[in-house]
Design a protein around this ligand. Structure first.
Ligand code: FBP
Length: 266
């Protein structure tokens, strides 16, 4: 199936995507930096993002404003335009905290937006997405949807059919890339990709697990036709993130077998 024509740079390399996600300080809080304390320092993660496997770094506005100027020559910026904290205990919802125009002004090459399908405020988030998607088209910036069914309308957000629906929401609402949870197998991920009509689907990294467990999910997603991955904790919670990025580069860009990628790791 033909991929929809989004420009091959800056968000992609050879049509593939590896987003290094670093919005966890807002979304989850300091707990995500406990395993590797340096990871609380944005400079540490911007340095990791210079790895050639990383096609963009996703951050919130404040991190982009404060740190991106020093890395603009080496890192592609994906500005996350909405976000929420773990302190919020209501239905899943996400405040828009940056406009497309301001993101472009501070150097963004692409924009990202979380849609919680199934949440009480899904309608509001979808309307915000409309504004963002149309403004991004006007600026020529690709749009990545964090498509996460969650909330009162969703009994099980890991169900393959729910994840396929999430990818389809991205296609229907005009995203260039939808980032979805991995449904647990290559066959289920293939159904998700098939439902996306040629829009790029990328797998969400999830909480940190062993090298083998994580890379085998990534390999399963790539074998299913996913365009790549958005990953945070499985990279910055490792003592040697570069080594894991080497392995991801082999799986995503070189289509290497899992064993080959695993054999490079300590
Ligand atoms: P991870 O690879 O760490 O899961 O990061 C990807 C991401 O989408 C982040 O952008 C975001 O902060 C986080 O996952 C959301 O995780 P959760 O689904 O646990 O709220």
């Amino acid at each position: 199936m033909a991929m929809r024509p989004i420009k091959d740079t800056p968000l992609t390399r050879d049509g593939k995507v590896l987003v290094l996600a670093y919005d966890h300080g807002l979304e989850h809080g300091p707990v995500d930096f406990g395993a590797v304390p340096e990871s609380a320092d944005p400079d540490h993660v911007f340095e990791i993002a210079k790895h050639p496997a990383v096609t963009s770094l996703a951050v919130q506005k404040g991190i982009a404003e404060g740190y991106y100027p020093s890395y603009a020559d080496d890192v592609t910026l994906l500005a996350k335009l909405n976000g929420t904290s773990n302190l919020w205990m209501g239905e899943p919802n996400s405040a828009v905290n940056c406009s497309v125009e301001y993101a472009a002004e501070i150097g963004a090459d692409a924009v990202g937006f979380t849609l919680y399908g199934g949440a009480n405020n899904e309608v509001g988030m979808a309307e915000e997405f409309r504004e963002i998607q149309e403004a991004a088209r006007a600026q020529g910036l690709p749009v990545v949807m964090w498509s996460y069914p969650r909330g009162q309308g969703v009994k099980n957000d890991k169900k393959p059919k729910t994840i396929a629906y999430a990818a389809r929401q991205g296609l229907e609402l005009g995203a260039d890339v939808s980032k979805v949870k991995y449904p647990g197998s290559t066959a289920a991920m293939k159904d998700v990709v098939d439902m996306a009509g040629g829009m790029k689907v990328i797998m969400s990294g999830g909480s940190k697990r062993t090298d083998e467990a994580f890379l085998s999910d990534v390999k399963g997603a790539i074998d299913a036709g996913a365009a790549g991955l958005a990953v945070g904790r499985n990279v910055f919670q490792r003592e040697n993130p570069e080594q894991l990025l080497d392995a991801l580069e082999q799986i995503i860009f070189e289509e290497a077998p899992l064993d080959t990628a695993l054999s490079q790791l300590d």
